[in-house]
Design a protein around this ligand. Structure first.
Ligand SMILES: Nc1ncnc2c1ncn2[C@@H]1O[C@H](COP(=O)(O)OP(=O)(O)OP(=O)(O)O)[C@@H](O)[C@H]1O
Ligand SMILES: [Mg+2]
Length: 456
């Protein structure tokens, strides 16, 4: 991937087998290590990752199956090829069910070894590539995936369009679940950087002591366990966009380091005395009120000002309720497609419930509620108790049923009045023609006019 030779680990208790495999694969340009036991193999895997492990099934102590299971737990990306004697092919097949890529029956010939290793590594590369492409594909779709027509969201969209193509650092603030990451991805997708990577880091989930090495990388020997140079996420995001999520939860020491990077556009890997130029668009996000954190001295004021060149405030869902119906429809469509069910309608009373809810978890909560409802609702219309298990009591308590019925009746009457008036106007008052236009009988029209007390 990164130009380093791919690393292969051979685990076999027969020394000559190990030596033979090592010689063959080293000639092919791989970096090869050997382990005589499963225990030793595991220890090596834990120490430094391998791209591929070739292991004998029959080993003293931890056997090949066990090594496969524990090895995959340890490094899920590593491919495993099992070596087996003629009599134990059945076990090898079992190993493939457990996630091994392939098996070879001993004695193995040279070409077979070379081919199986090359193929396993190729498949591994493709898998990574597909995952990367898919995430980029998702990205390009994301811009249309942002739903919102409230005034406040329209203002957000305008701001996004204005800044997408600049390199300005952007600060996105909003409660949890308001769509901060979605907006960050969309900005990346609308920028000139869209062909390059979008890398998101949740600063709160990386231990404080590791955050700098994670972001800036480190050099070999920088600390115990730093066995080789490692690139940081800033370098990974070169020419792309880096989202630093939960920036409000970082230490002031880290904040100083970040400020330097933003000012100088260069990073210094941990333990290195050289700096590296990086071209990265930084977006930061937080669900905290950074200004208050500045007052409380938990957030550096200089960094705050540097970050808030372009602040985007995402309003909580409860303060933009007019987005709720659109979002609900969007998620119904999304999950009906995902679960291959006929798209369902929201029962009007269900929509009412959604509009009344306070949504402490914002859009994410709404999305979860709809996903669940799409799955569990039996009929074509999503009933209130599919949304909230206690919906009926909720409705009863605030008497929404009655008031909703009143509203519905009122709305219906209003629409009927308008339609009838329009039909009568178009037909210059000819009731027979008007009835035909409305698709009802002449007598039905008479009754309507009477019950609606429509003067003509
Ligand atoms: N306007 C929107 N249109 C469509 N989907 C949205 C919208 N806003 C949020 N979502 C969806 O809601 C979920 C939560 O959004 P996201 O992860 O971006 O929120 P967040 O603000 O980053 O939350 P947190 O602070 O918890 O990390 C995602 O699945 C996202 O796709
Ligand atoms: Mg987020």
């Amino acid at each position: 991937m990164n130009g380093h030779p791919e690393r292969v680990l051979i685990v076999d208790d027969e020394e000559h087998v190990c030596a033979l495999f090592q010689r063959i694969l080293q000639k092919e340009g791989y970096e090869v290590e050997c382990a005589p036991t499963g225990e030793d193999g595991l220890a090596r895997l834990a120490g430094q990752p391998f791209d591929l492990v070739m292991t004998d099934l029959k080993l003293p102590g931890i056997d090949g199956m066990e090594l496969l299971r524990r090895g995959r737990d340890l490094c899920p990306e590593t491919s495993f090829v099992m070596l087996t004697a003629f009599g134990t092919v059945q076990t090898a097949v079992e190993a493939m069910k457990q996630g091994a890529y392939d098996y070879l029956v001993k004695p193995v010939d040279k070409d077979e070894i070379i081919m199986v290793v090359a193929k396993a590594l190729e498949v591994q590369r493709l898998t990574r590539e597909v995952a990367r492409l898919r995430s980029q594909l998702d990205l390009s779709l994301d811009f249309n995936e942002i739903v919102g027509h409230s005034k406040s969201m329209k203002a957000v969209f305008r701001l996004m369009k204005m800044v997408a193509d600049s390199n300005a650092t952007i600060l996105i603030q909003g409660e949890s679940g308001t769509g901060k990451e979605l907006i960050a991805r969309a900005i990346h997708g609308a920028s000139r950087r869209k062909e390059r990577r979008f890398v998101a880091v949740n600063c709160a989930s990386v231990p404080e002591s590791l955050l700098e090495s994670e972001l800036f990388g480190y050099v070999r020997g920088a600390f115990t366990g730093a066995a080789a140079d490692k690139k940081g996420l800033f370098e990974e995001a070169h020419e792309g966009t880096l989202l630093l999520d939960e920036i409000g939860d970082t230490s002031t020491a880290f904040q100083s380091a970040l400020l330097r990077v933003l000012q100088e556009s260069e990073i210094r890997p941990v333990g290195s005395n050289k700096t590296v130029k990086v071209d990265v668009r930084v977006i930061v996000a937080t669900n905290k009120d950074l200004k208050r954190e500045v007052e409380r001295k938990t957030f550096r004021e200089d960094l705050f000002y540097r970050l808030s060149v372009v602040p985007i405030a995402l309003p909580p869902l409860r303060s933009r309720r007019d987005d709720i119906p659109l979002l609900a429809a969007h998620f119904i469509e999304k999950y009906s497609r995902a679960y291959s069910v006929e798209p369902k309608r929201l029962a009007p009373v269900s929509l009412r419930l959604l509009l009344d809810h306070s949504w402490p978890g914002n859009v994410r909560e709404l999305e979860n509620v709809i996903e669940r409802a799409v799955l569990i609702n039996p009929g074509a219309e999503i009933a209130p108790d599919s949304l909230f298990p206690s919906a009926l009591t909720m409705l009863d308590e605030n008497r929404s049923f009655t008031s909703l019925n009143d509203t519905m009746r009122g709305a219906r009457e209003l629409m009927e009045r308008e339609k009838i008036a329009e039909a009568l106007q178009r037909t210059s008052g000819n009731r027979s023609h008007a009835a035909r236009l409305l698709g009802i009988s002449r007598s039905a029209l008479y009754n309507k006019i009477k019950s609606l007390r429509l003067a003509n």
